[in-house]
Design a protein around this ligand. Structure first.
Ligand SMILES: Nc1ncnc2c1ncn2[C@@H]1O[C@H](COP(=O)(O)OP(=O)(O)OP(=O)(O)O)[C@@H](O)[C@H]1O
Length: 233
């Protein structure tokens, strides 16, 4: 298991961060800290800015004010290459999965390894990961041929194929039934038990309750541009 995250007590930190897409500020003076090995949920009303906040956390957006630290380095001062290196330590499960529909599922999952120039590792990792998410039989199918739950599990496999320290998942159970959301949660909890830091944006309070029965999870609620810790369930 990759132990690098253990070296950094705070893998991702946002301090007094503001962000605006050009209009009104979505948040101002927002502070968030992801400790290595923690399991955190981000919740809040639709449009509150959860996806935006996650994108700041994985270096996809630059804060308009404040400070973002990725693995101890100031993201605002990073070159594009530095950001790309930091992002390789973060696996992202996007809200809409973002597959390349013309590529078989196995190739989609292996894509991050190829992008990182590590395609030689692909086959062993890929077979293990497909088995882990229960998609061995679907390896050759195209993404549009898969169910919602299969797509979500494939998106999780793709997020972890490079063995990142941090997993950031945006509504990973958004389009699946309760049984499948439990299956996805089990996978995320397993990753956390392996030492990965996990941050999940979700509207699903039942998912949060189920997670809290399995793991020491904290909940952040984003509302009116502010983060409230320890949101009541
Ligand atoms: N690329 C963009 N350009 C301009 N405005 C954007 C962009 N992305 C998001 N927004 C706006 O920023 C606000 C926050 O959006 P965001 O997707 O971060 O919220 P969210 O809490 O994740 O919502 P949901 O729960 O519905 O997914 C919304 O008002 C949205 O319309």
């Amino acid at each position: 298991m990759d132990q690098r995250a253990k070296e950094d007590p705070r893998v991702i930190e946002l301090q007094d961060v503001a962000y605006s897409y050009g209009g009104a500020e979505l948040f101002a003076g927002l502070t968030l800290s992801l400790a290595a090995g923690s399991f955190q949920f981000l919740t809040g009303p639709s449009g509150a800015g959860k996806t935006t906040l996650l994108r700041l956390c994985y270096g996809d957006l630059r804060a308009t004010a404040g400070r973002v630290n990725l693995f101890g380095a100031d993201a605002q001062a990073m070159t594009r290459d530095d950001v790309a290196m930091a992002r390789r330590r973060i696996g992202v499960v996007h809200q809409d999965c973002q597959f390349l529909d013309h590529l078989p599922l196995a190739d989609n999952i292996a894509l991050p390894l190829q992008v990182a120039g590590r395609s030689m590792e692909a086959q062993g990792n890929l077979d293990d990961l497909l088995a882990w998410v229960g998609l061995t039989a679907q390896a050759a199918q195209l993404p549009p041929q898969l169910s919602g739950g299969e797509r979500q599990r494939a998106a999780l496999a793709r997020a972890v194929i490079t063995s990142p320290d941090v997993i950031i998942a945006d509504e990973p159970t958004g389009n699946v039934d309760w049984e499948m959301s439990q299956r996805l949660l089990t996978l995320l909890v397993e990753l956390n038990r392996m030492g990965k830091t996990v941050l999940i944006a979700t509207h699903d309070m039942n998912l949060i309750r189920a997670a809290k029965a399995q793991v020491s999870a904290s909940v952040l609620r984003l509302k009116d541009g502010r983060l409230q810790a320890g949101a009541a369930l």
